[in-house]
Design a protein around this ligand. Structure first.
Ligand SMILES: [Zn+2]
Length: 274
Protein backbone atom coordinates (compact mmCIF):
# COMPACT_ATOMS: atom_id res chain seq x y z
CA UNK A 1 0.00 0.00 0.00
CA UNK A 2 1.41 3.42 -0.95
CA UNK A 3 0.34 7.09 -0.98
CA UNK A 4 1.70 10.19 -2.67
CA UNK A 5 3.49 12.65 -0.41
CA UNK A 6 1.70 16.04 -0.34
CA UNK A 7 5.00 17.83 0.37
CA UNK A 8 7.47 16.38 -2.20
CA UNK A 9 5.04 14.32 -4.34
CA UNK A 10 7.15 11.16 -4.07
CA UNK A 11 5.84 7.79 -3.00
CA UNK A 12 5.12 7.19 0.69
CA UNK A 13 5.30 3.72 2.20
CA UNK A 14 3.16 2.18 4.89
CA UNK A 15 4.84 2.64 8.29
CA UNK A 16 2.46 1.20 10.89
CA UNK A 17 -1.18 1.17 11.85
CA UNK A 18 -2.85 2.75 14.87
CA UNK A 19 -6.32 2.81 16.38
CA UNK A 20 -7.86 6.28 16.31
CA UNK A 21 -10.83 7.34 18.49
CA UNK A 22 -10.68 3.84 20.02
CA UNK A 23 -12.23 2.18 16.98
CA UNK A 24 -10.75 3.23 13.60
CA UNK A 25 -7.77 1.20 12.39
CA UNK A 26 -5.74 3.77 10.52
CA UNK A 27 -2.62 3.36 8.36
CA UNK A 28 0.32 5.74 8.75
CA UNK A 29 2.61 6.48 5.79
CA UNK A 30 6.20 7.68 5.73
CA UNK A 31 8.04 9.57 2.99
CA UNK A 32 11.73 8.68 2.76
CA UNK A 33 12.47 11.68 0.55
CA UNK A 34 11.24 14.54 2.76
CA UNK A 35 10.57 12.71 6.05
CA UNK A 36 6.86 13.46 6.34
CA UNK A 37 4.79 10.99 8.34
CA UNK A 38 1.03 11.12 7.89
CA UNK A 39 -2.15 9.15 8.31
CA UNK A 40 -4.21 7.76 5.47
CA UNK A 41 -6.96 10.08 4.21
CA UNK A 42 -8.61 11.24 7.44
CA UNK A 43 -12.26 10.23 7.15
CA UNK A 44 -12.79 10.54 10.93
CA UNK A 45 -12.18 14.30 11.34
CA UNK A 46 -15.85 15.32 11.65
CA UNK A 47 -16.13 13.03 14.65
CA UNK A 48 -12.72 14.07 16.01
CA UNK A 49 -13.73 17.73 16.09
CA UNK A 50 -17.18 17.06 17.50
CA UNK A 51 -15.67 16.08 20.82
CA UNK A 52 -16.09 18.80 23.43
CA UNK A 53 -12.42 19.27 24.24
CA UNK A 54 -12.48 23.04 24.69
CA UNK A 55 -14.02 22.77 28.16
CA UNK A 56 -11.09 20.69 29.40
CA UNK A 57 -8.38 22.90 27.87
CA UNK A 58 -7.09 24.48 31.07
CA UNK A 59 -3.80 25.49 29.43
CA UNK A 60 -5.30 27.78 26.79
CA UNK A 61 -4.44 31.09 28.46
CA UNK A 62 -0.98 30.01 29.57
CA UNK A 63 -0.12 28.83 26.05
CA UNK A 64 -1.27 32.11 24.54
CA UNK A 65 0.75 34.15 27.06
CA UNK A 66 3.82 32.01 26.32
CA UNK A 67 3.27 32.33 22.57
CA UNK A 68 2.94 36.12 22.79
CA UNK A 69 6.28 36.30 24.64
CA UNK A 70 7.91 34.11 21.99
CA UNK A 71 6.51 36.14 19.12
CA UNK A 72 7.35 39.57 20.56
CA UNK A 73 11.12 39.54 19.88
CA UNK A 74 10.61 37.92 16.47
CA UNK A 75 8.21 40.59 15.20
CA UNK A 76 10.27 43.35 16.76
CA UNK A 77 13.48 42.15 15.10
CA UNK A 78 12.03 41.28 11.69
CA UNK A 79 9.77 44.29 11.22
CA UNK A 80 10.92 46.78 13.85
CA UNK A 81 7.45 46.23 15.29
CA UNK A 82 5.77 47.86 12.26
CA UNK A 83 3.42 46.12 9.83
CA UNK A 84 0.28 44.01 10.01
CA UNK A 85 0.21 40.52 11.44
CA UNK A 86 -2.44 37.81 11.21
CA UNK A 87 -3.12 34.81 13.41
CA UNK A 88 -4.66 32.40 10.90
CA UNK A 89 -6.00 30.02 13.55
CA UNK A 90 -6.67 32.63 16.16
CA UNK A 91 -9.32 30.77 18.17
CA UNK A 92 -10.97 33.14 20.63
CA UNK A 93 -8.53 35.92 19.61
CA UNK A 94 -6.47 35.75 22.82
CA UNK A 95 -3.04 35.87 21.18
CA UNK A 96 -4.12 38.77 18.98
CA UNK A 97 -5.31 40.75 22.00
CA UNK A 98 -2.06 40.04 23.87
CA UNK A 99 0.05 41.09 20.89
CA UNK A 100 -2.00 44.27 20.44
CA UNK A 101 -1.35 44.96 24.14
CA UNK A 102 2.34 44.72 23.22
CA UNK A 103 1.85 47.27 20.45
CA UNK A 104 1.68 45.04 17.37
CA UNK A 105 -1.03 45.65 14.77
CA UNK A 106 -2.32 42.10 14.94
CA UNK A 107 -5.49 40.51 13.51
CA UNK A 108 -7.19 37.19 14.05
CA UNK A 109 -9.26 34.73 12.03
CA UNK A 110 -10.48 31.20 12.67
CA UNK A 111 -13.07 29.41 10.60
CA UNK A 112 -13.86 26.99 13.42
CA UNK A 113 -14.08 29.31 16.41
CA UNK A 114 -15.77 32.56 17.36
CA UNK A 115 -13.41 35.50 17.76
CA UNK A 116 -14.27 36.90 21.20
CA UNK A 117 -11.25 38.99 22.24
CA UNK A 118 -10.34 40.61 18.94
CA UNK A 119 -13.68 40.80 17.19
CA UNK A 120 -12.96 44.17 15.61
CA UNK A 121 -9.64 42.92 14.29
CA UNK A 122 -10.55 40.21 11.84
CA UNK A 123 -9.05 40.77 8.37
CA UNK A 124 -11.10 42.49 5.68
CA UNK A 125 -11.09 41.30 2.05
CA UNK A 126 -7.77 42.16 0.43
CA UNK A 127 -5.94 42.19 3.78
CA UNK A 128 -2.18 42.03 3.28
CA UNK A 129 -0.01 40.75 6.10
CA UNK A 130 3.67 41.18 6.86
CA UNK A 131 3.68 37.94 8.86
CA UNK A 132 1.27 35.15 9.67
CA UNK A 133 1.09 32.91 12.76
CA UNK A 134 -0.22 29.36 12.91
CA UNK A 135 0.14 27.87 16.37
CA UNK A 136 -0.79 24.19 16.75
CA UNK A 137 -2.13 24.01 13.22
CA UNK A 138 0.17 22.14 10.84
CA UNK A 139 -0.24 18.78 12.57
CA UNK A 140 -3.98 19.07 11.78
CA UNK A 141 -3.47 19.76 8.06
CA UNK A 142 -3.82 17.11 5.39
CA UNK A 143 -1.90 18.95 2.68
CA UNK A 144 0.52 21.48 4.23
CA UNK A 145 1.94 22.55 0.88
CA UNK A 146 -1.46 23.62 -0.43
CA UNK A 147 -2.44 25.10 2.92
CA UNK A 148 0.62 27.36 3.10
CA UNK A 149 0.49 28.32 -0.58
CA UNK A 150 -3.14 29.40 -0.18
CA UNK A 151 -2.25 31.51 2.85
CA UNK A 152 0.74 33.11 1.13
CA UNK A 153 -1.35 33.92 -1.97
CA UNK A 154 -4.36 35.19 -0.02
CA UNK A 155 -2.41 37.53 2.25
CA UNK A 156 0.44 38.45 -0.15
CA UNK A 157 2.88 37.32 2.48
CA UNK A 158 5.68 34.77 2.62
CA UNK A 159 6.52 34.85 6.31
CA UNK A 160 4.90 32.51 8.78
CA UNK A 161 5.75 31.72 12.40
CA UNK A 162 4.29 28.38 13.42
CA UNK A 163 4.49 25.67 16.00
CA UNK A 164 4.42 21.92 15.60
CA UNK A 165 6.46 19.30 17.43
CA UNK A 166 9.02 17.77 15.06
CA UNK A 167 10.85 14.44 15.20
CA UNK A 168 14.19 13.43 13.70
CA UNK A 169 15.49 10.19 12.26
CA UNK A 170 13.44 7.05 12.81
CA UNK A 171 9.68 6.99 12.91
CA UNK A 172 8.68 7.62 16.56
CA UNK A 173 7.40 4.63 18.50
CA UNK A 174 3.67 4.22 18.90
CA UNK A 175 3.77 5.53 22.46
CA UNK A 176 4.82 9.02 21.22
CA UNK A 177 2.18 11.27 22.83
CA UNK A 178 2.01 13.52 19.79
CA UNK A 179 0.21 10.86 17.72
CA UNK A 180 -2.83 11.64 19.91
CA UNK A 181 -4.66 8.49 18.78
CA UNK A 182 -7.41 9.18 21.33
CA UNK A 183 -8.49 12.50 19.74
CA UNK A 184 -7.70 11.73 16.09
CA UNK A 185 -6.84 15.35 15.32
CA UNK A 186 -3.11 15.01 14.58
CA UNK A 187 -2.70 13.73 11.04
CA UNK A 188 0.67 15.10 9.80
CA UNK A 189 4.06 14.84 11.55
CA UNK A 190 7.14 16.71 10.37
CA UNK A 191 10.89 16.52 10.63
CA UNK A 192 13.00 19.68 10.31
CA UNK A 193 14.04 18.41 6.84
CA UNK A 194 10.35 18.15 5.85
CA UNK A 195 9.91 21.83 6.65
CA UNK A 196 13.12 22.69 4.75
CA UNK A 197 11.64 20.91 1.72
CA UNK A 198 8.26 22.59 2.19
CA UNK A 199 9.91 26.01 2.45
CA UNK A 200 11.94 25.52 -0.72
CA UNK A 201 8.86 24.52 -2.75
CA UNK A 202 7.25 27.79 -1.64
CA UNK A 203 10.27 29.98 -2.40
CA UNK A 204 11.15 30.44 1.27
CA UNK A 205 13.85 29.61 3.77
CA UNK A 206 13.36 27.70 6.99
CA UNK A 207 14.75 28.79 10.37
CA UNK A 208 14.31 26.50 13.35
CA UNK A 209 13.58 28.70 16.37
CA UNK A 210 13.12 25.78 18.80
CA UNK A 211 11.98 22.15 18.92
CA UNK A 212 8.38 23.28 18.41
CA UNK A 213 8.78 26.78 16.97
CA UNK A 214 9.53 27.47 13.33
CA UNK A 215 9.92 30.37 10.94
CA UNK A 216 9.41 30.12 7.19
CA UNK A 217 10.17 33.29 5.29
CA UNK A 218 11.43 34.72 2.01
CA UNK A 219 13.63 37.07 4.05
CA UNK A 220 17.26 36.19 4.74
CA UNK A 221 18.31 36.28 8.40
CA UNK A 222 21.94 37.15 8.89
CA UNK A 223 24.35 38.26 11.61
CA UNK A 224 22.83 39.62 14.82
CA UNK A 225 19.27 39.02 13.63
CA UNK A 226 20.01 35.36 12.92
CA UNK A 227 21.71 34.90 16.29
CA UNK A 228 18.91 36.53 18.31
CA UNK A 229 16.14 34.63 16.59
CA UNK A 230 17.61 31.16 16.27
CA UNK A 231 19.31 30.87 19.70
CA UNK A 232 16.59 30.38 22.25
CA UNK A 233 18.62 31.62 25.22
CA UNK A 234 19.76 34.80 23.44
CA UNK A 235 16.21 35.40 22.24
CA UNK A 236 14.85 35.08 25.78
CA UNK A 237 17.39 37.56 27.13
CA UNK A 238 16.61 39.99 24.33
CA UNK A 239 12.87 39.52 24.97
CA UNK A 240 13.26 40.48 28.64
CA UNK A 241 14.75 43.86 27.78
CA UNK A 242 12.30 44.37 24.97
CA UNK A 243 9.21 43.68 27.04
CA UNK A 244 9.70 46.82 29.14
CA UNK A 245 10.65 48.92 26.15
CA UNK A 246 7.49 47.95 24.27
CA UNK A 247 5.13 48.61 27.19
CA UNK A 248 4.88 52.23 26.07
CA UNK A 249 3.74 51.08 22.63
CA UNK A 250 0.69 49.18 23.91
CA UNK A 251 -2.53 49.50 21.92
CA UNK A 252 -4.76 48.60 24.89
CA UNK A 253 -6.03 52.16 25.40
CA UNK A 254 -6.06 53.27 21.76
CA UNK A 255 -8.02 50.10 20.85
CA UNK A 256 -10.46 50.90 23.64
CA UNK A 257 -11.03 54.36 22.18
CA UNK A 258 -11.32 52.92 18.67
CA UNK A 259 -13.90 50.34 19.73
CA UNK A 260 -15.85 52.96 21.64
CA UNK A 261 -15.97 55.22 18.61
CA UNK A 262 -17.06 52.27 16.43
CA UNK A 263 -19.91 51.51 18.82
CA UNK A 264 -20.91 55.17 18.97
CA UNK A 265 -20.97 55.43 15.18
CA UNK A 266 -22.96 52.18 14.86
CA UNK A 267 -20.15 50.16 13.26
CA UNK A 268 -19.99 46.68 14.64
CA UNK A 269 -17.96 43.92 13.07
CA UNK A 270 -19.66 40.55 12.99
CA UNK A 271 -17.16 37.77 13.33
CA UNK A 272 -18.27 34.57 11.60
CA UNK A 273 -19.90 32.04 13.89
CA UNK A 274 -18.16 28.67 14.00
ZN1 LIG B 1 7.77 13.68 0.85
Amino acid sequence: MTETCPVCRNEMNQAFSGVILKKNKVEYFFCKTCGLLKTEKPYWLAEAYRQAIAETDTGLLQRNIANSKMVEPILHCLFKGKGKFLDVAGGYGVLTRLLRDMGFDCYSMDQYCQNLFAKAFDPDDGFRANALFAFEVLEHIENPREFLKDLFDTYSCKTIIFSTLTFSGDIPKKNWWYYAFETGQHISFYQPRTIVFLASTLGCRYYRLGPELHLMTDMRLQGFLHMVLTHRFVRKLFALSLHWKRKRMSRTWSDHLLLKSMINSGIEKQSPKP
